[in-house]
Design a protein around this ligand. Structure first.
Ligand code: ADE
Ligand code: ZN
Length: 338
């Protein structure tokens, strides 16, 4: 058993490593305190009066269970300032955890479909990104994610709304209820997004079958898979992920909270890492799953016995798998060559 002091040294080690977070839903970083504050400010009545009431509700049987609460939580986000405050609070956490770059997903449809303008959402979030660069030196990229339980037509409408803000959005993503909403449903809109020069990612193989990962790669043409846990069932897919170094953005605390795995001891992150896949770890929806990026590193270290070399490779992979340009990547990667 590793000593207490060795664990302490190792934990401070990964805090110091430059890391990128590549899989984070900004709406999933809405902490209970801020949720209650915004509800009061915006005159929204909730069945929750205290932080503890919300924390007690964080008990999920599956992805849909969580999504119901997550979308309910978004109702308190009304004004541009609310989106700014939410996003800035996330960056503040990043600054305490050695995060040098964050690729942030946002779900415009969960706001526009309840009458909030696209403009307020994107301006609040992107202003916070600029402020975070000034205050903390953290760079970022935004990933506009389509809600896959809605129609492709709705996704097309959202892509149209984004046109005016093309310079603020780096990539397109696909999230929400995976089962029965295969990537192929969004083939045309992904083609159009590609034509417009967006980079492409998609959630696949979180709760859904391995075929959805193939579809995301072969039909949507994504450069990165969000989650991708189901690849453990398919040797040929893993070989493809290795050969093309297609990154997976794995989310350990999320997988435990949403019962994607029965126990953290069964998490495939280290097996996949050792096989040569470009895996990264991320927090997904930290306010709902009880952990920001460091807690995810700690979970992997404490339960899977990750070595210093494993943790360092995971941090390094997060830079390599990011959408930063080559020069920016190299700047951060010098840390790992020392
Ligand atoms: N939206 C927010 N978190 C999500 C997750 N883990 N899977 C799919 N959609 C999401
Ligand atoms: Zn996610």
């Amino acid at each position: 058993m590793r000593s207490f002091f060795l664990n302490l040294m190792m934990s401070s080690l990964y805090i110091q490593m430059p890391k990128a977070e590549l899989h984070l839903h900004i709406e999933g970083s809405l902490e209970a305190e801020l949720l209650l504050k915004l509800a009061q400010r915006n005159n929204i009545s909730l069945p929750y009066k205290k932080v503890d009431d919300i924390h007690r509700a964080l008990n999920f049987r599956c992805l849909q269970d969580f999504l119901d609460l997550y979308y309910y939580g978004t109702n308190v986000l009304i004004e541009q300032d609310d989106f700014f405050e939410l996003t800035y609070a996330y960056f503040k956490r990043c600054s305490e955890q050695g995060i040098v770059h964050a690729e942030i997903m946002f779900d415009p449809q969960s706001h526009t479909n309840r009458g909030i303008s696209f403009d307020k959402v994107i301006m609040g979030i992107s202003n916070a990104c600029q402020q975070a660069k000034l205050d903390f030196g953290i760079s970022s990229a935004l990933i506009l994610s389509f809600l896959r339980h809605l129609t492709e037509e709705d996704a097309f409408r959202t892509l149209k709304q984004a046109e005016k803000y093309r310079d603020k959005i780096t990539a397109i993503g696909l999230d929400s209820s995976e089962l029965d909403n295969p990537p192929i449903k969004f083939k045309q809109v992904y083609q159009e997004a590609k034509n417009q020069g967006y980079r492409l990612t998609a959630h696949a193989g979180e709760e859904g079958p391995v075929d959805y990962i193939w579809q995301a790669i072969e039909i949507l043409g994504v450069e990165r898979i969000d989650h991708g846990n189901a690849c453990i069932e398919d040797h040929a897919l893993r070989q493809t992920l290795i050969n093309y170094q297609i990154p997976l953005t794995l989310c350990p605390t999320s997988n435990v909270a949403l019962k994607v795995i029965s126990d953290i001891k069964h998490h495939p992150v280290l097996d996949l890492l050792h096989q040569g896949l470009l895996v990264t770890i991320n927090s997904d929806d930290p306010a709902y799953f009880g952990g920001y990026l460091d807690e995810n590193y700690a979970l992997v270290q404490n339960n899977l016995g990750a070595t210093e070399q494993d943790l360092s490779l995971l941090a390094r992979n997060s830079i390599v798998a990011s959408m930063l340009n080559e020069a920016e990547k190299q700047k951060h990667l010098t840390f790992f060559k020392l």
